[in-house]
Design a protein around this ligand. Sequence first.
Ligand SMILES: *Cc1c(COP(=O)(O)O)cnc(C)c1O
Length: 822
Amino acid sequence: MTYSITEIASILGVSDKNIIPSEISILLVDSRKLSDPEKSLFFALESKNNDAHQFITDLYQSGVRNFVVSKKWKEWAPFSDANFFQVKNPLSALQKIAAHHRRKFDIPVIGITGSNGKTVVKEWLYQLLQDDYNIVRSPRSYNSQIGVPLSVWQLNEQTQIGIFEAGISQPDEMEHLEPVIRPTMGILTNIGKAHQENFESIQQKCMEKLELFTNCEMFVYEEDDKMIDECVNLSVLSQKSFAWSSDNTDAPLYIFKIEKNQFQSIIHYSFLHFNHAFAIPFTDQASIENAIDCLAVMLYLHVSPETISERMKKLEPVAMRLDVRRGKKDCLIINDTYNSDINSIEIALDFQQQRKMDRPLKKTLILSDILQSGISSEALYQEVAGMVQKRGIEKIIGIGKNISENAGAFRVQEKLFFPSTEAFIQSQKWKNFHNELILLKGARAYHFEQINALIEERPHETVMEVDLDAVVHNFNFYKSKLSPEVKLVCMVKANAYGTGAVEVAKTLQYHRCDYLAVAVAEEGIALRNAGISIPTIVLNSEVNGFEELFSNNLEPEVYNFRILESFIKEADRRGVTDYPVHIKIDTGMHRLGFLPEQLPQLVNILQEQKALKVRSVFSHLSASESWIFDDFTGHQIETLKKTAESIQDALGYRIYKHILNSAGIERFPEAQWDMVRLGIGLYGVSASGLPGLKNVCTLKTTILQIKDIPRHETVGYGRKEELNRNARIATIRIGYADGLNRQFGNRKGQVLINGQLASIVGNVCMDLCMVDVTDISAHEGDAVIIFGEDLSVIELADNIGTIPYEILTAISPRVKRIYIKE
Ligand SMILES: *Cc1c(COP(=O)(O)O)cnc(C)c1O
């Protein structure tokens, strides 16, 4: 749907006689997602860490002519052919427009909130209702103050039901989201501890979430959670509630029995005095609760129990995010083979578009028929072809009858069409993929996973997933703890603590990190070669290494006279002046650095040369995480402060001083000074146990074989462990050569399989190890988590008396890193 810019101005209540006419169909909040400049209205959102006004010039140059800003637009005065609407808060403006759009639709809208399961419930409702309705839903987990308005904006003339999720992390946020979603039906999935930081109590958070349902006809919740039940009563919403319970036979929806076997759960329920049952192909508790929430909505929409049962048994797992995998012949594959409605195609295309590449790759799309009701197939493929063309797709492979019939709509250099997935596979054309960024986007019925299996490179199924969104979250989390002028150095040494320095640094560069630090020059050079231009400190620089540093614009740490003199000499020889260096002071760690008593001599040398310029003076804390040593840490802080100040006084120019590492940032805010150095915290581990970080790394492998082994047999090398019972033993594909420490052997370590813990049996081998799965559900081919969100590296480290740093950096290079990003 399009709006005239005049209509938008009147929604925003800004009057401007000189509006330059245009038609708006895209609300743009992320400059990277620009696809159709003329139709885009850009909102210059401001957050604590970012101010999007800085992107306006670029966007203008790309053709955007409509902007919602909060600042005076004098600096953009030359852009006289563009509309600038100045408002107090561009985010509120975005919400206002979306709320206005929402009011145009008199259709059922389902609003989902709660601590967990929102996205799964939303996707499942979509799976369960898509045969009956034309549905618009939030893309992935677009549930924030920004994501919700963008989701609702997708409502159009064909929409018959909207399904949107709302997430909040602060009091008063729901009051902004409710008018945007204005649900007629609601679901409260559950209330847990997530995002609790900003609420006084869990009740306060629950009450806030219930505000979403103020204007609902009905909402679903689980009555057995007494806290929620009380809040519902307090909120005077109980007359609208559609509660379900496993205890209360009087509940509107009474769940009287749940049977589970290895593959499915059968849920028996009683509704309006009749008993029914349905099965879902999941056995975990969360899935059961999510399915019951969906059940309630279906019953309310008068879907028959037979149809419910028919559809529930076909529920598919929800892929929460797009991931990028390495393909054969230098391809990269974005695998999105769960659905292919038009909204999700657009999101996937944007994802492909934003993927920054270190080498040019041809953009290829493999797309199945789109299963969508509402508009004619001709119009549908016209629209898709438009999206595809706008994003510069160079090759398209269409699979299915409808898309093949509409082949003419696609104006793309290279195009191929096949009636079915089998036909494509048999054509052998997939063997020609080379140096391409391939987006696989197909409806489930087309089984694109078969194509993926052919083109994905799988030398070794042990992978480490690195969540770049979590890195950004953690980066902003620490930034929010700093005074605004304090600079943040991100430590990407040791391949960014094992996560992959290039990918992490690219992400940090985009998010405007001030400084990076690496251990050795080679690491810095690798970053420069990958296009990272952020100022970068090299910690362990070496005598004679100046040329390398200089030619790559890397800034060395200088920690002794030998290095200092060698660098001065080499810089002089090349006629270099004022080359930035960072002076390290040893305040008690006794590793690298000048001792405070060497200060007079140091100052002397520095005063008598022009080659180097001291950019910062710093030191490293030896026990910042431990309160036992707080006196010692205080002494280190004091010593550095004095030393740095006297160097600055002697040299007569501004010099940064810094001492805090991650735990230091968490515990000694008074010593932030000019800069801080963030390491392990960026990767999701808080040394001082601070809550609020997101997990970044997940190390995963698979089960190769499972066997029943009788009691008294031994497992593995050296016959270290004799089984004291008949056991099921699974062999998993990870060993000490992958970085799994041998100390984890003989039940010192555990892994997670299908959410349950399994102990490592016997010695860890080079490429494999064995785990005990006697008591848990496990199958050959199942995924095994070595560490991640639910089994933290901190726990692993504790089990074998080491630290998370060692566990992370020990993961061997042969373990493939997979990067995850919304
Ligand atoms: C590694 C390192 C850090 C980061 O330490 P974390 O504990 O990981 O935050 C900071 N400063 C120096 C000098 C380092 O070597």
